[in-house]
Design a protein around this ligand. Structure first.
Ligand SMILES: Nc1nc2c(ncn2[C@@H]2O[C@H](COP(=O)(O)OP(=O)(O)O)[C@@H](O)[C@H]2O)c(=O)[nH]1
Ligand SMILES: [Mg+2]
Length: 330
């Protein structure tokens, strides 16, 4: 008789226990910043009367960040740490934080104090009152050197154009989400910049933007140079491909394949007529080479599309491939 009661109350407790906001902080060699960061998170949330927990995800730091995290966690049970054995990148850290975060809202924040924890209550309020799925911070006045700001402007422009999401600042680490959004997205590679895009793909498209304070780096140094931007750009192309064509590879490969095949065939036909009807030699004509190449490339692309269909088919045939938002009626 008592067992069900216990189970029910246990589950109620775990719901009541969920903090208002979980902060997910990727950490890579930020030992000097962490104590002040945690202190300022505590102040901001306490003043606003928000309950919170903090997930500090140490991604193979070598500057003693983990020791600092251990101390912070021992002092305050709301502070938790996860340590990766080696460096996996910011996206991996966010993915693990998103998996563990239990707060009603989940907010990401850089560890280096460039983002201001004082933004937590304001961003939470904007998300709730505006009915957004996520709100992204916009470092309108950015305190970074020019050689960082310029590539960033370029990538923001390209991402805006490709994704159709009207954000000024995809790069900013400060973003807040409803919990179900972070549970739905899969962040890997260099996709941490494109979480809004991943969210939109999952159907969470109420995306807001809030101007946030940005500060110059106090301690340590930046880990993001041009090379990581380039990797990020390639990942963007992957995402665009996957979001548009994951479930219908034939529309991508088959389309290009058919076009190439058709063009090659027409050229081949023309050049054959030229030889058979008009008697011109064609053995050394570039058009012959082009025609043959296009026919072969077209066939290969078409077959790639077919193989792709075979790969996605088992998944698409299952109804659990669809994320049902709500149901009604008995
Ligand atoms: N987990 C993880 N975090 C990282 C990595 N690189 C940078 N970060 C964190 O991401 C945040 C932003 O990095 P930062 O170097 O300040 O980039 P910037 O602000 O664009 O110059 C900081 O909290 C870093 O500690 C990484 O490889 N793994
Ligand atoms: Mg920074």
């Amino acid at each position: 008789m008592t067992t069900p009661d216990v189970a029910v109350s246990a589950s109620l407790v775990s719901i009541d226990d969920a903090p208002d906001v979980s902060l997910v902080v990727p950490v890579y060699d930020e030992a000097e910043s962490l104590p002040e960061l945690v202190e300022r998170i505590r102040t901001a949330c306490d003043e606003a009367g928000m309950t919170f927990d903090v997930w500090l995800i140490d991604d193979g730091s070598r500057d003693g960040s983990w020791g600092v995290i251990e101390r912070l966690a021992a002092d305050d049970s709301r502070i938790r740490g996860v340590r990766f054995r080696r460096n996996y990148g910011k996206s991996a850290a966010l993915a693990v934080g998103f998996e563990r975060a239990a707060g009603d809202l989940v907010m990401t924040l850089d560890a280096d104090l460039q983002d201001d924890p004082a933004e937590i209550p304001a961003m939470a309020a904007m998300l709730r009152e505006g009915g957004y799925d996520l709100v992204s911070g916009w470092k309108q006045k950015r305190h970074d050197p020019f050689e960082k700001r310029l590539p960033s402007k370029f990538f923001n422009g390209v991402t805006r154009a490709i994704s159709g999401i009207d954000l000024h600042d995809f790069n900013s680490g400060i973003k807040i989400y409803r919990r179900e959004v972070v549970k739905a997205v899969r962040v890997y590679g260099e996709l941490h910049r494109y979480v809004p895009l991943l969210a939109k793909w999952e159907g969470y498209d109420r995306i807001g933007e809030k101007v946030v304070q940005h500060h110059a780096r106090k301690h340590g140094r930046t880990k993001f140079g041009l090379e990581r931007y380039l990797r990020g750009f390639l990942d963007l192309l992957t995402v665009v491909f996957l979001t548009r064509y994951l479930t219908r590879p034939m529309h991508f490969f088959g389309g290009f394949g058919s076009l190439a095949f058709l063009a090659g065939s027409l050229m081949g036909l023309w050049i054959s007529v030229d030889k058979l009807v008009f008697g011109h030699p064609i053995g050394d004509r570039p058009l012959l080479l082009l025609a043959v190449t296009l026919v072969i490339v077209g066939t290969v692309l078409f077959c790639t599309g077919l193989l792709g269909e075979l790969v996605v088919r088992p998944k698409m045939e299952r109804t659990d491939a669809f994320d049902i938002a709500e149901m009604v009626g008995g």
